[in-house]
Ligand binder design. Structure first.
Ligand SMILES: Cc1cc2nc3c(=O)[nH]c(=O)nc-3n(C[C@H](O)[C@H](O)[C@H](O)COP(=O)(O)O)c2cc1C
Length: 296
């Protein structure tokens, strides 16, 4: 009976932790904005939703050197609204980050299709883009015109490999921070690192583990880019192929916490990102062979 009650309590905890209040909506054809959107979602503990065109863009469609290619024709017609697949329930979210590439100095027309298809009144909105060099301001003005009742917080151009710390700094600067965020502390030698935890089943289980007090784990350096810390138990995992960035805290094989001070490509579940990046390699690649985790 006790076990049953415990199971129900854990299920309630996991379900209540499953919904993020921030959504990153992204459109990308060649992967740059996709990478940026994933970093933004990790940083903000946000859900992700992809703008998928009914008719995918081929390489030919995107060849802007050809004046009659599909993308160029669409951009030349401000009234063009390419059809998109699927919908997202924006009523579930308080804040939305819209990520897109710049096409001919503007937002792709399919981004207009999306923004005109949803009611963003009262939502916090921010825009981020990737581009070959053009800025975001023209597209930002267009988006603001199309959703005048949203609370627009700001817009910025980023590179595809922007780090979680850089994005986090910008998000904080425009007031885009998750409320009620739970942070985890990692004590390692004389250092304390703060980790913004992602909002998923794995971190819910990790928080449950730490609710009784700090937990010390063995730790060893690996590959010149990470510190691996076996948890001694399994956490739920939803591994995805990820190119990790310095500062990423990932769950490996459901049973080890991995702290990155460099980059690696593998299947992981995101647990969060380390806030403070100063001398991260020095701290994580040192001789310490244990870490202590606790909730803030
Ligand atoms: C049709 C088209 C038009 C573009 N126009 C611009 C532009 O005006 N200014 C610019 O800096 N980059 C421009 N680019 C480059 C993209 O903005 C850049 O490669 C972006 O990172 C692509 O994002 P993605 O990989 O998420 O699709 C253009 C690309 C395409 C396909």
């Amino acid at each position: 009976m006790r076990k049953l009650i415990l199971l129900i309590l854990v299920s309630i905890l996991l379900c209540s932790a499953a919904r993020a209040e921030t959504l990153v909506v992204w459109f990308s054809c060649t992967g740059n904005t996709e990478a940026l959107a994933h970093t933004a979602a990790g940083t903000l503990n946000a859900d992700l939703w992809q703008i998928v065109p009914e008719k995918p863009y081929s390489d030919e469609d995107l060849n802007y050197h050809d004046s009659s290619c599909r993308a160029n024709r669409e951009q030349a017609d401000p009234a063009c609204r390419p059809t998109l697949l699927g919908t997202v329930d924006v009523t579930l979210y308080d804040a939305i980050v819209l990520a897109y590439p710049i096409w001919w100095g503007e937002e792709p027309r399919i981004v207009d299709t999306w923004i005109e298809s949803v009611d963003l009144a009262g939502k916090q909105l921010a825009a981020i883009c990737t581009s070959g060099g053009s800025g975001i301001q023209t597209s930002y003005a267009h988006l603001q015109e199309k959703a005048p009742d949203a609370l627009w917080l700001g817009a910025e151009r980023f590179s595809a490999n922007t780090t979680p710390a850089e994005l986090s700094e910008w998000c904080a600067s425009i007031g885009l921070e998750k409320e009620n965020e739970v942070n985890m502390r990692i004590a390692i030698g004389d250092h304390i690192l703060t980790v913004r935890l992602a909002d998923n089943e794995s971190t819910a289980a990790l928080k449950a583990l730490l609710e009784n007090g700090p937990v010390t784990l063995p730790a060893s350096n690996y590959g010149g880019f990470e510190k691996v810390c076996p948890i001694g138990t399994r956490l739920p995992s939803h591994d995805e192929y990820t190119v990790t960035q310095p500062g990423d805290v990932m769950l490996y094989a459901g049973s080890s916490i991995v702290l990155f001070h460099g980059s690696n490509s593998w299947e992981y579940t995101r647990l969060g990102s380390i806030d403070e990046m100063t001398n991260l390699s020095g701290i994580l690649n040192g001789n310490e062979n244990e870490i202590t985790l606790s909730l803030e």
